[in-house]
Design a protein around this ligand. Structure first.
Ligand code: UDP
Length: 466
């Protein structure tokens, strides 16, 4: 009897660091599960990103249609999506149609970031099953799904400017959701705001895919996932992906910036749970004023800190502040790097707190390692992630919408000293539940098994395989 080739999945991530990292880990987990992977990245990412993957992966590249000097981030990220939708779409279709033509097995399934809505239409046109992945929190995705409801119930746009007013029309979140916890674009007051339109449109497509893969775990977002099942019946909650992969195999580090590992040596000489780690992820930027408020707040708190300041993340206004270049007050207590091996830092016994921008990957990494957080969200899903940390999970403080050295000083002291034991205990409970979800029979472990089985079944039904 002729043996069928293994399913061949094309994985198409969003060309941004956080989503890309998460998708690489998912792809590796599938590869371990016996699935052949072609990993599709934009030319831009391929040029700037030293992608190290499982040796069995095929890497393919595709144009995002933008000139090389386009920033592809910040206020310009919608331009990138528009270009992907118009310029990349026909190229993607061509890739799928031609797969297998030059030897090798044809693509039998697509797994794409669900925000790339066009991939769903293309996969349908060529008759290939598609699964969507969203790499942000289920909570944020649920807010995107709820945008129409927010509008019909007249909670959006806001009437008046009280950001502390409670938002009632999002099922499952009525107890804690305030206006200020909605994605930041909701504050624009304009329903024609391009971001509101974009997230509404692209998210609507998700339930039409064969299934929705999320980087979360059931125990963490159970109430939200229960609500989402009403819209998306087939959800695979397989996170935290970074730890899931580690549990199955050693992960390959992937980074746009070189990691400065000297900070691990510095941490080795610090007392247990004494260091606050600060990082605002790969996209957020700070003004010089904000940077200095953080600096003074930290130094005045008297706590030890390890701070990631990406060289491109601050508007230096032409000069590096003398406090930072000399670091007189902080020399013994503080350490600054341009980019850190974050997962290892969070797992280090000297780290007792994380001041974060509440990116979803950073949040999951911190939850998994049992590190309490101070949240200072920058945009999008970070607004709701930080609320979950502070109010729903009680894992620390939500410091959004303020950047004042006195508030920072007090909040840091509260996390690292005054309420240290309480938060560490809570974080430890959450970490245990995250680890349990990845062990044999745990929720994420079982969801991944089911996903692999479903990909195999769907792939076997594709015409090219008959
Ligand atoms: N990260 C890192 N070193 C750093 C800062 C961040 O390796 O110095 C990693 C971090 O572990 C996480 C990712 O960068 O996996 C940031 O993703 P997240 O979703 O938290 O935020 P984004 O960068 O998308 O805003």
């Amino acid at each position: 009897m002729e043996q069928k080739p293994p399913p061949h999945v094309m994985v198409f991530p969003l060309p941004l660091q956080g989503p890309l990292n998460a998708m690489l880990k998912l792809a590796e987990l599938l590869c371990i599960g016996g699935i052949q992977i072609t990993f599709l990245v934009t030319d831009h990412i391929h040029r700037h990103f030293n992608i190290q993957t499982h040796p069995a992966f095929l890497i393919r590249t595709i144009s995002d249609g933008l000139p090389e000097n386009h920033p592809r981030e910040g206020g310009k990220y919608l331009e990138m999506f528009e270009s992907l939708r118009t310029n990349t779409r026909p190229l993607f279709k061509e890739l799928l149609l031609q797969s297998g033509a030059g030897g090798g097995s044809p693509i039998s399934c697509v797994i794409a970031d669900g925000v790339l809505g066009f991939t769903f239409d293309v996969a349908n046109e060529v008759g290939i099953p598609i699964f969507d992945v969203r790499t942000l929190s289920a909570a944020c995705l649920w807010l995107f799904y709820s945008l129409p409801k927010l509008i019909t119930s007249r909670e959006l746009p806001f009437i008046g400017d009280d950001l502390d007013e409670m938002v009632k029309s999002v099922p499952g979140m009525g107890r804690y959701l305030r206006r200020r916890d909605l994605p930041s674009f909701c504050r624009s007051g304009d329903l024609d705001d391009p971001s509101i339109r974009f997230y509404q449109t692209e998210t609507i497509e998700n339930p039409r895919a064969c299934g929705l893969i999320l980087n979360t775990f059931e125990e963490l977002e159970a109430p939200i996932l229960a609500e989402m099942h009403n819209v998306c019946p087939n959800i695979y909650a397989v996170g935290p992906l970074h730890a899931h992969l580690k549990a199955k195999l050693a992960a390959f580090p992937n980074s746009l910036w070189e990691e400065d590992r000297s900070c691990l040596t510095w941490l080795d000489s610090q007392p247990l749970k004494s260091v606050l780690y600060l990082s605002f992820g790969s996209l957020a930027t700070l003004s010089r004023y904000q940077l200095m408020e953080f600096w003074h707040g930290l130094v005045n708190s008297g706590q030890r800190f390890l701070w990631v300041i990406r060289p491109d993340s601050v508007d230096w206004e032409g000069r590096i502040p003398v406090e930072l270049s000399q670091g007189a007050a902080a020399k013994e207590k503080g350490y600054i790097v341009g980019w850190a091996p974050q997962v290892e830092v969070l797992a280090h016994p000297a780290v007792g707190g994380f001041l974060t921008h509440s990116g979803w990957n950073s949040t999951l990494e911190s939850v998994y390692e049992g590190v309490p957080m101070i949240c200072w969200p920058y945009f999008l899903d970070q607004q709701i992630n930080s609320r979950l940390v502070g109010e729903e999970w009680k894992l620390g403080f939500d410091m959004k919408d303020t950047c004042d050295r006195n508030v920072i000083e007090e909040t840091v002291r509260n996390l690292m000293q005054v309420r240290k034991e309480e938060f560490l205990r809570r974080a430890d409970e959450m970490a245990k539940s995250a680890k349990a979800s990845l062990s044999e029979g745990g929720s994420s472990y079982s969801h991944l098994d089911r996903l692999i089985q479903d990909i195999k079944t769907k792939s076997a039904q594709v015409g090219k395989f008959e």
